[in-house]
Design a protein around this ligand. Sequence first.
Ligand code: SF4
Length: 390
Amino acid sequence: MFRLTHYMRELIAPTPLTPVRKPQAPVVIWNLIRRCNLTCKHCYTTSADIDFPGELTTPEIFTVMDDLKAFKVPVLILSGGEPLLHPDIFAISRRAKDMGFYVALSSNGTKITEHTIDEIAALNYQYVGVSLDGIKDTHDTFRRQAGAFDAALRGIRLCLEQGIKVGIRFTLTQDNYQDFPALLGLMDAYAIDKFYLSHLNYGGRGNKNRGDDAHFQMTREVMDLLFETCYLWLREGKEREFVTGNNDADAVYFLHWVARRFPSQTAPIQAKLQQWGGNASGVNVANIDNVGNVHPDTFWWHYSLGNVKQRPFSAIWPDVSEPLMAGLKQTPRPLQGRCGVCHYQKICNGNTRVRAAQTTGNVWAEDPGCYLTEAEISLPDQFFAASETC
Ligand code: SF4
């Protein structure tokens, strides 16, 4: 996850580069339940409004939670399906809060209603993320349910009224990118705290020229608008947070934006981005699915590292006898193709490995979702020199 606002603040008010301590354990995204009242087009869990067999029971969830705490996991992001459909979601959330986890809820928003908001507010979640795929009809079409947008927006409004930090989660596709400016407008009008832009796990087309690819062009336009908006709002004193996910090349693209707009800041920003280090799947990000399988992140559901019913998370996670985990935890990762020769590997860390694996069968092949041109992943001195004169 690329925390854009954090680095944009560095542009406006630079701070010295100081050593940062590596997290002792990953953030855990936990799909507690696969059931969902919606059937979204791009759902990575392929959820439906039915009970799925073999899900962790609430006592099993509590046992896992104890293990996660002892392992020093700092953050639980409770997700689904729709987590608010879990019959014990409030008991699970309460216990997690009492144990001292940072607890976030990732919801489709439709179950945040006048009936549930008091309990949600009482739990004092550190953050509630609500998915929006566009404005009104676009969202309803994606969610395959009329009225889903209004229901989600009501959920956001109720959270804001209760002072809960709330954010929009937007998954960018070719069918909804036209709504992106309007979503920023909505964020501004409602003073919504956070915007999470998630890239679809798009495979691209091998060696096709990235400069000609419509999807990549669209992504670049969206990122340009995101950068400009983030910068402008910070200058205006609007404390909003922008983060992006599923494409760590965003950080490299941001560095090029900095080189064009604020050339003198390029080197310090580059150093800070390198310190962050890019993709953290299998290292600082973990996923536990509804039946207890552990994955390097939420897009690896076809690949299990082990199941918490048989082996504690604390034993599964550090086990580098597992080949995928050995590679993900390696520094540098054994990257190939254009990722292997990319000048900005230290910033991006090879991006989304599951995309490479699914399109080529090779986990370490180049990420086909990288939307940067050849010039942007190489020849930094010439690129930056040209930027400074234009
Ligand atoms: S080429 Fe690979 S490592 Fe370089 S920015 Fe693109 S995805 Fe990241």
